[in-house]
Design a protein around this ligand. Structure first.
Ligand code: 5GP
Ligand code: MG
Length: 183
């Protein structure tokens, strides 16, 4: 599997260190709500943010709920985003909640922009967005994530939850796929 990468951008140790820092920053932001016992709900975007979320929440010593959403942004095997649409619904009972959107990567930004609007429309008290990766060269929306793990160049990356055609999510590092591996 590693052989299909032309370059490793982030190894497991770098990711783990940064995830801990992001969790600390997020905990600081959420502390006032947590102290008031206000309901906090983390909303991971499936499937790519699964690994990131699993690591992140174990460094978050807060009372919180998890409620996932699915957004479809890729058609078939393409490595280009074609816009975002919700698959299934959004969590119910978001009224007055502190929502934290968690995604693997902020590329064009359409996914998080769509979800930010949906959460606010559903009555969230506030919406914080957290992404592990961001590709500044590709942003197409006004929204910017509140917390970003790493800014990366405009390359298609896999690993640590990110897939190509459903594969490579279980790689512990994040790397660039060789062109030959993209069929
Ligand atoms: P956006 O809506 O910001 O354009 O795209 C966000 C979604 O596209 C991410 O949640 C992720 O699923 C997918 N995506 C964007 N860039 C990459 C990439 O480099 N690699 C992989 N595997 N997925 C990506
Ligand atoms: Mg995604």
């Amino acid at each position: 599997m590693h052989d299909d990468l032309s370059e490793i951008l982030l190894d497991a140790a770098a990711i783990a260190g940064r995830v801990e820092q992001i969790a600390a920053e997020l905990a600081d932001r959420l502390a006032p709500a947590a102290e008031r016992d206000d309901p906090v709900v983390l909303v991971p975007v499936l499937t790519g943010s699964l690994v990131f979320t699993a690591d992140l929440i174990r460094h978050l010593p807060l009372k919180m709920r998890l409620d996932v959403v699915t957004v479809s942004s890729y058609a078939g095997r393409a490595t280009e985003s074609a816009g975002a649409s919700l698959v299934g619904g959004i969590p119910t009972d978001l009224q007055g909640r502190h929502v934290v959107l968690v995604d693997d990567i902020f590329d064009t930004g359409r996914t998080l922009s769509l979800l930010d609007t949906e959460m606010r429309t559903a009555g969230a008290a506030d919406v914080t967005s957290v992404v592990l990766l961001s590709k500044p060269a590709r942003h197409e929306v006004e929204l910017r994530p509140d917390l970003v793990g790493f800014e990366i160049p405009d390359a298609f990356v896999v690993g640590y939850g990110l897939d190509y055609d459903g594969l490579y999510r279980n790689l512990p590092c994040i790397g660039v796929l060789r062109p030959e591996a993209i069929g």
